[in-house]
Design a protein around this ligand. Structure first.
Ligand code: TXA
Ligand code: MG
Length: 343
């Protein structure tokens, strides 16, 4: 099936980067680690290469891709920054690039329509992952990279998760270990407004609403989309879905097991006290943040835990709700989407 190249020694890293660049130059796809989740990379300016991403992921072409730059100098090549939002965008870039923040900006003509699904905007970010950076710099072209999973499935945060999703379909996986954040980048749009520009969170992620409100008036896009004709294609109602049905509890005490059914629990802290869940009702309990209940720690384990619970073949995965602040906003958004069954 697909080779996984290790990078934990300098000569191995060198070889893996070289192989990845060679494949990308030849118009092929490669799975690469980023600080958020693993990405399925292709040369963003080569429509044939980009088409392979859609084919491999079985992704509908109405769902546009994120373009990753090697450095800030490349921004000019793919996007414009409207004068009215220049200041705000510059401050955000200064603070969060390279990092887990994606900006929607008016696209330049060289960006293929397939990348943006025909939209006038392009999603751009710079990854801070050292391996991704080396590949992007050596290739010296923008890289289109969605999460390296099949469409609608759980995003991969390790090389083995990529293999489970796309093994046999792609020529190479570069193993960069576990992802630092574990959740996809925050996607935002900045629109001119007075006295403060408007920041719309299109997809919540590691850069939190609390972080972003320092840069403009915040608006959270809540509209859930069921078809492709929208401003945020890809923000579909059903997404991140395990094969096992998932139920998000509105409060922990809401759960009563049905006779004869097998359940697994995704627990935030694994607490067991009065009015809470009886952990004995579950065949397996996996805790997102054992011990101290820290949201960033939970985020790193989030997709891993979801993937592991999905392997058990139980009747239902039960998910405890989390606090909706910080990275809890992104995790709750994903749990809501994961609990909607695909049509
Ligand atoms: O952290 C990340 O962002 C990862 C890593 C690999 O960089 N990438 C990622 O890509 O999550 P993907 O394709 O799985 O999610 C990209 C999202 C999609 O929901 C897509 O609809 C949205 O970005 N998107 C891309 N271009 C857009 C555009 N022009 N307007 C609105 N939404 C856009
Ligand atoms: Mg994705």
């Amino acid at each position: 099936s697909t080779p996984i190249l290790p990078t934990d020694q300098p000569p191995l890293l060198h070889h893996a980067v070289e192989e990845a660049v060679r494949l990308l130059q030849a118009g092929d796809v490669v799975a690469l680690p980023t600080e958020t989740v693993y990405g399925l990379a292709a040369d963003a300016l080569n429509p044939q290469a980009v088409a392979k991403i859609f084919e491999v992921k079985e992704r509908p072409t109405f769902d546009p891709l994120i373009v990753h730059l090697a450095d800030i100098k490349m921004l000019d090549l793919v996007a414009d920054i409207p004068e009215e939002v220049k200041k705000t965008v510059a401050r955000l870039i200064e603070r969060y690039w390279p990092g887990p923040l994606t900006l929607l900006l008016p696209k330049k003509p060289c960006v293929p329509d397939l990348v943006t699904a025909g939209l006038p905007t392009v999603a751009v970010r710079i990854s801070s992952h050292p391996i991704f950076k080396r590949v992007a710099t050596a290739l010296n072209r923008p890289i289109a990279a969605p999460s390296a999973n099949r469409f609608g499935a759980i995003s991969p945060t390790s090389a083995s998760a990529v293999l489970a999703e796309l093994g046999g379909r792609i020529p190479l996986i570069v193993d960069g270990g576990a992802c630092l954040h574990g959740l996809e980048s925050t996607i935002i749009k900045v629109t001119p407004a007075t006295p403060k520009n408007l920041i719309t969170i299109v997809r919540p992620g590691p850069v939190t609403p609390e972080d972003l409100k320092l840069y403009g008036r915040l608006e959270r896009m809540t509209r859930t989309v069921v078809d492709g004709a929208s401003e945020a294609p890809g923000q579909l109602a059903s997404h991140y879905a395990p094969r096992t049905p998932l139920r998000l509890l509105s409060k922990p005490s809401d759960f009563t097991p049905e006779e004869g059914k097998r359940y697994a629990l995704m627990s935030y802290r694994g607490e067991e006290k009065d009015g809470y869940l009886d952990l004995a009702d579950f065949e397996q309990v996996m805790i997102l943040s054992p011990g101290n209940g820290k949201l960033p720690e939970a985020a790193v384990r989030f997709f891993y835990v979801l993937r592991e619970l999905d392997k058990l073949g139980v009747d239902e995965i039960i998910a405890e709700p989390m606090l909706e602040h910080g990275m809890g906003v992104a995790m709750m958004d994903k749990l809501r989407r994961a609990s909607v069954r695909p049509a």
